[in-house]
Design a protein. Sequence first.
Length: 454
Amino acid sequence: MTEQERRQLVSSDTESEKERENEIHTKSGRPQSGIWKHFDRGESKGDGHWEGTCQYCKKFYSRAKLSSLRAHLANNCKDVPEEWRRHFNYILVNNLNDLPTDEPLNESNIFTLTQKWKKEVKVTADQSELATIDASVIDETITLAFIMCGIPFRVINNPFFVNALKTLNPNYNIPSCKVLSEHLLDNEVAKVNKNIDEIIRSTSNITIGLDGWTTPDGKSIWCFVLLTSTRQEYLYKLGDFSNQSHTAEFLANQIEIVIDRINSKKILAIVSDNGANVASARHLICSKYKNILNVRCVAHCYNLISKDIIQHTFAERMIQRANRVVQFFKKSHKAAAILKEKIRQHGISDGGLKTYVETRWTTVHECVSSIVRLKSCLEEIRDNHSEVVTTPAILTILHSRGFFHDTQHLSKVLFPIKNAILAVEVTNSTLADAYIYLIKIASSIQNLPTDEYK
């Protein structure tokens, strides 16, 4: 047996032991794990595992592992009572046994119960207690590194990565990919949720922000973000509402669930975009909770203004022409190479031509302004290297009377909108800033021409 196989076997054995340690009617006669008071147990799957169904959200586990069931109630179940969610969150964060109890952990019983539920530290013959403690610290550090650096969990099994960890600490028992992506990840999520719970308890004047989007695979995802008076932001809830009709009543109900968990007296305002269903949902909530302000997202307001501007006859034509020029140089390798060399010769900074992406609000200005910034380069290519511009329509645009002049004019109109959007994205912006930028945008709109050069 190789060293890598031995480590994987030890890791697997360790996890199996953790799963069995609280199972019902084990050979040691230990009592049933407290988690089974919240799950309906189905058929036995052997080796101490059973089918399980959550009593709250009815999620089914074909082979229920105790660590997965605890993580479900602590981090994922949408219908579990708040006091039991915090109960299992505390168990995960503090690595406690969850003995059966009819009373969730709270301030009055937390010290007494947790003393009974502490797990014994197991020390092997060749491993000191200090090494055991260090291993848990290393587990946490590695898990955070994988999460925050976006490293695929499968890398933990890569022989070169294993060798690097063993070089740093030969006694460290490296977790498997499964342990890292399930047990250790669940523990870190529980710690984050615990920190957010503590912040909520000590904070007032909280603003709830909500928004929804569609993923590439067609799912409808909605997020609920908490903003504190100190301008800190916390992702509180993500929901997959693909199977639901996004009516005002449904969204209001989802908002109310968040409010009830936090405490309505702590909520200052609700902010979202101004879609008809979301605006109605805000109105329903604010009608019921008189202390909560109904706030429209000013960034979304800026976006709507920018959309109206680019639908203006002058703006629409210039953006279409600018985008065609950009797309040509993005697709033509020879023309792009010459443009890159011209940029280097002229010492122009801020890169090459920028593409306009409808879902990214500031890119329309970046696209138009990149044409203006590279005017001299594009003119040289037009006059001295016309053979690389293989699309006649692009040459026609570059030769058009006033093309660069009109593009520069549009860039000046769009510039205040770009600044406004970027300004409200920073943490220290205020409603006064938003108002000032609206005035600047109104002024720039007045400069839109009613005609253009041909």
